[in-house]
Design a binder for this molecule. Structure first.
Ligand SMILES: C[S@@+](CC[C@H](N)C(=O)[O-])C[C@H]1O[C@@H](n2cnc3c(N)ncnc32)[C@H](O)[C@@H]1O
Length: 268
C-alpha cells in the first residue's frame, strides 16, 4: 500500500484537512484541486473552516512547480457581495504562490436569483503555482475556419503586402472561461452525488487534471465533498488523496469511487 506521509494514497479519509495536511511532507503534491465552503468561514455544518491555516498547509505541501486550483464563489448578503474570493486569492499570493491565472467557471443553466442585479452565472477558478508550473498540457478546440487560405505575408521593401497560400491552424488553445452544464446529467450522472449540495462538475475536474498533471502524478482534494476530484483522478490514472471533515460526505465519495470500478470509462 503506497502512502504519502501518514495517508494511504488512492483513498479518501474523514478528517479535518488542516490536521491531515500537517502529516504530509513538504513539496509532495502535484495538483491540489478543491473548492472550499463559500463564506461559511468559521462554521460549516457545525465544522470549523480555518482558511489561513488551510492555505498555509496547501503552500507547504505543494511541489515546486505544482499547481493549486481554488474554485470559489462569493455569497451575497443584503445585496452586498462578500468578495471573500478576492481576499483568499491575495492571501495565497502573499504566502508565496504565483497567481498563474484567474479563470472563470461559467454555469450553463442557472436560475434567476436577484431582482435588481444580473443573474450570477460563474465562480472563480484561481490557478496558483509554486514557481512556474511543471506541467501544462493545453486543452484545444477546433478552429472555425480550416484548410488553406491566402494569408498576409511580411511586407517587402516595395511596401506591398503580398498574400501567400497558407494552412490555417486546425485547432487552438481554449480561453480561460470554461462553461459547464450543472445539475443531474450535467455535473455528473451519479445521483448519489447530489446528496451533497455544492458539487462541481466532473468535466471541470477532468479539464484541470489533464491540464496540470500527467499520469501517476499526485492529485489532492483536501475538502473533497462528494469526491468529484478523486473520482476523476482515478479515472484518468492519477494517484489521488481526498479528505473531508464530514463522514456523510466521505461515504458518498467512497461510493462514487466504488462505482468507477463498476462503470465503463465515461465518454467525455
Ligand atoms: C464546496 S464543498 C466541496 C464539494 C466538492 N468539490 C464536490 O464536487 O463534491 C466543501 C467541502 O468542504 C468540507 N469541509 C469544510 N471544512 C473542512 C475541513 N476543515 N476539513 C475538511 N473538509 C472540510 C465540507 O464538508 C464540504 O464537503
Amino acid at each position: 500500500m503506497e502512502k504519502i506521509g501518514d495517508w494511504e494514497l488512492n483513498n479518501i479519509h474523514c478528517i479535518d484537512c488542516v490536521l491531515c495536511m500537517e502529516k504530509i511532507p513538504d513539496n509532495s503534491i502535484d495538483l491540489i484541486l478543491t473548492s472550499p465552503p463559500y463564506d461559511s468561514l468559521r462554521d460549516y455544518n457545525g465544522y470549523t473552516f480555518e482558511f489561513e491555516k488551510i492555505a498555509t498547509q496547501i503552500f507547504r505541501i505543494t511541489k515546486k512547480g505544482g499547481v493549486v486550483v481554488w474554485v470559489v464563489g462569493d455569497k451575497t448578503k443584503n445585496g452586498n457581495r462578500s468578495l471573500t474570493s478576492f481576499r483568499q486569492a491575495i492571501y495565497f499570493q502573499e504566502l508565496g504562490f504565483n497567481a498563474h491565472d484567474v479563470m472563470i467557471y461559467q454555469k450553463k443553466n442557472t436560475p434567476f436569483m436577484r431582482s435588481n442585479a444580473y443573474t450570477n452565472c460563474f465562480e472563480f477558478m484561481f490557478v496558483f503555482s509554486k514557481g512556474s508550473p511543471n506541467t501544462f498540457n493545453p486543452l484545444k478546440t477546433k478552429t472555425v475556419r480550416q484548410g488553406k487560405e491566402k494569408l498576409v505575408a511580411n511586407k517587402k521593401t516595395d511596401g506591398i503586402n503580398n498574400k501567400v497560400w497558407g494552412e490555417l491552424n486546425a485547432e487552438k488553445t481554449l480561453t480561460n472561461i470554461w462553461e459547464y452544464a450543472v445539475g443531474l446529467g450535467g455535473s455528473t450522472n451519479d445521483k448519489i452525488a447530489f446528496q451533497h449540495t455544492a458539487i462541481f462538475p466532473e468535466k471541470l475536474a477532468i479539464d484541470h487534471i489533464l491540464s496540470w498533471t500527467n499520469e501517476q502524478d499526485i492529485v489532492l482534494d483536501p475538502m473533497c465533498g462528494s469526491g468529484t476530484t478523486c473520482k476523476m483522478a482515478k479515472l484518468y490514472k492519477r494517484n489521488f488523496l481526498g479528505f473531508d471533515i464530514s463522514e456523510d460526505y466521505v461515504n458518498i465519495a467512497k461510493e462514487r469511487l466504488r462505482l468507477v470500478d463498476a462503470q465503463p470509462m465515461l465518454g467525455f
